[in-house]
Design a protein around this ligand. Structure first.
Ligand code: MF3
Ligand code: CO
Length: 269
């Protein structure tokens, strides 16, 4: 047992949830994962530079596939548990996991989440942004703005040796103060050596609860914020697309972060 093992063991013996050592990345792994994350950010920048009204979500998928593979990467969603495309594109009342499609055309007033995940040299990264098409309604603008604020407040609440629940509490409080709800059963995840690692990251748990944030942990902050009910349904035909149950708008922004000795680093956003 080294000093870290003893510290983790003491916390666990007090009833705290602590990460397995396998979830704490080594300096070599961190270096490699940062390269994947840099490519992931570049893919998002590429989408941001080209996304526009009249474009199909299949064209966004092609932008992501071509750019990623031209830079030596693999889009992580492609064939992941049968997902048929390279990116998730989720418009308006779609909460997440929207499948790009030729006949889905971006139109004036739409809000869309583009969720990009990259494998580079076997290392995984993941982030998503919201884009607005043309003139959006004040209602949509407020949701997108508040979602960004939620993620930033969540990030600010993340501290080494704090808890995942601190992040959730900051996000959920701000969402609720604005009259919104946070999706409960879909959340974030550990990442780096795999696409989805432990822990599951909830954005509705109380301050001081859930896993202790130990230096070397990597995970996503990706709350889904709904205008109305937090409840959802999954498309029965494709098994992926997640819709709000009440048809209300939903927005999501995802940052991938690393807990360091004294701080939190955003690896891709
Ligand atoms: N990027 C999504 C996430 O945050 C991944 C969804 S899995 C996919 O977990 F297959 F739909 F891509
Ligand atoms: Co994710």
């Amino acid at each position: 047992m080294d000093r870290l093992d003893i510290k983790l063991w003491k916390l666990a013996s007090k009833g705290q949830i602590v990460p397995d050592r396998s979830l704490l990345k080594t300096p070599e792994q961190i270096e490699a994962i940062k390269k994947s994350a840099a490519l992931n950010t570049a893919v998002l920048d590429h989408v941001q530079a080209h996304i526009c009204e009249g474009m199909s979500t299949a064209q966004i998928d092609k932008l992501v596939y071509d750019f990623t593979t031209e830079h030596g990467g693999i889009p992580a969603p492609l064939n992941y548990e049968g997902f048929p495309r390279s990116v998730c594109t989720s418009i308006n009342d779609v909460i997440c996991h929207g499948i790009p499609c030729e006949d889905e055309i971006l139109k004036d007033g739409d809000i869309i989440n583009v969720d990009v995940s990259t494998i580079l040299n076997g290392y995984f990264s993941d982030a998503s942004r919201m884009f607005t098409i043309g003139n959006i309604s004040p209602r949509a603008e407020k949701l997108v703005r508040t979602t960004k604020e939620c993620v930033e407040l969540g990030l600010k609440a993340a501290k080494p040796w704090g808890h995942l629940g601190d992040i959730a509490w900051a996000i959920n409080s701000h969402a609720r103060a604005n009259g919104y709800s946070v999706v409960e059963d879909i959340g974030g995840h550990g990442i780096g050596l795999e696409f989805h690692e432990d822990p599951f990251v909830s954005y509705v748990t109380p301050k001081g609860s859930e896993m202790v944030l130990v230096p070397g942990m990597m995970f996503t902050i990706e709350p889904m914020i709904n205008e109305g009910s937090p409840d959802f349904c999954v498309d029965e035909d494709n098994g992926w697309t997640v819709y709000t149950i009440d048809g209300g708008l939903s927005a999501q922004i995802e940052y991938m972060v690393l807990i360091t000795e004294n701080d939190v680093e955003v690896l891709t956003k």
